[in-house]
Design a binder for this molecule. Structure first.
Ligand code: C2E
Ligand code: CA
Ligand code: CA
Ligand code: CA
Length: 274
């Protein structure tokens, strides 16, 4: 038994070692991904509950020459750990603003921000200069943040959020319901939108608890006079449930998958730049 135990420990050590090496390899390759043009953005429609598309969320994609398409769920955490998220986040923000500024329809463009981008540098200054550089109207830009921004350094996070808001951009609270203390943050900053995490939406027809949570979050948001968007809507019954609960906006495979913007040429007007 003792030998087996030791064998097991050894096995885990090797596994850990492999995972560490894998992360290091990804981190190295990621550092040249921008220069090599391996990053791109896919765009997923954001729609009113009646189906009218009001904008897109920009989602990072990494087309790796050997590994193929690497998921942001894999490389964003690596980029956050190494600090590369500063460069990658700036690239995504510039690219999304530039793209949206070229549309003939003045649709919203939502961009994800990492809490690390609030910790270092001058995020509000960067957003300001990117708006000037690309000519995008500030009111069209929506920045999606998670509560991590306020958990890590509340005062700093709050002050940057206020400066962003003063630029005229909108701030959405992403992944609502997955953290620990979202509720207290709702009263410290005037968010423009709440996005309910897709983990609740996927169970809404099978799990009464999930349905109750979604109902409660919509009630909370509306009590605060905030529009609420449900993420991860995949089926018609989920959409019908959300419509019955007066959810304002939806996003998910049912309305459209994240795709290169060319796939949505009809929605943005024909003269998109890329
Ligand atoms: P997120 O911000 O919560 O984005 C929504 C995720 O849900 C996306 O995953 C999207 O493809 C996926 N999704 C959308 N509709 C459905 C659906 O109906 N069903 C299911 N099962 N999934 C759906 P994706 O593109 O893999 O991105 C994962 C996460 O990576 C994002 O989660 C976000 O946290 C992060 N991410 C992506 N792009 C960026 C970026 O530019 N900057 C930062 N900091 N994070 C990013
Ligand atoms: Ca998001
Ligand atoms: Ca989300
Ligand atoms: Ca998420």
């Amino acid at each position: 038994a003792k030998g087996a135990g030791r064998g097991k420990t050894r096995f885990f050590e090797i596994e850990m070692d492999n995972r560490l090496r894998e992360r290091r390899a990804i981190s190295n390759e990621l550092s040249s991904a921008i220069a090599r043009n391996e990053l791109c953005l896919h765009y997923q429609p954001l729609a009113k509950i009646d189906g009218e598309v009001i904008g897109f969320e920009a989602l990072l994609r990494w087309q790796h020459p050997q590994r193929g398409m690497v998921s942001p769920a894999t490389f964003i955490p690596v980029a956050e750990e190494s600090g590369l998220i500063m460069q990658i986040g700036e690239w995504a923000l510039r690219e999304a603003c530039r793209e949206a500024a070229s549309w003939s329809q003045p649709l919203q463009i939502a961009v994800n921000l990492s809490p690390i981008q609030f910790r270092h540098g001058d995020l509000a200054g960067l957003v300001h200069s990117l708006l000037l550089e690309t000519g995008l109207a500030p009111t069209r830009l929506e920045l999606e943040i998670t509560e991590g921004v306020l958990v890590e350094d509340f005062d700093r996070g709050l002050s940057i959020l206020r400066r962003l808001k003063a630029l005229g951009v909108r701030i959405a609270m992403d992944d609502f319901g997955t953290g620990y203390s979202s509720l207290s943050y709702m009263q410290s900053f005037p968010f423009d939108k709440i996005k309910i995490d897709k983990s609740f939406i996927s169970n809404v027809k099978s799990n009464p608890q999930s349905a109750a949570i979604v109902r409660a979050v919509i009630g909370l948001a509306h009590g605060l006079n905030l529009p609420v968007l449900a993420e991860g809507v995949e089926t018609r019954p989920q959409l019908d449930f959300l419509a019955g609960e007066a959810c304002d906006e939806v996003q998910g495979y049912l309305m459209g998958r994240p795709q290169p913007i060319a796939q949505y040429a009809d929605l943005i007007g024909q003269d998109g730049a890329t």
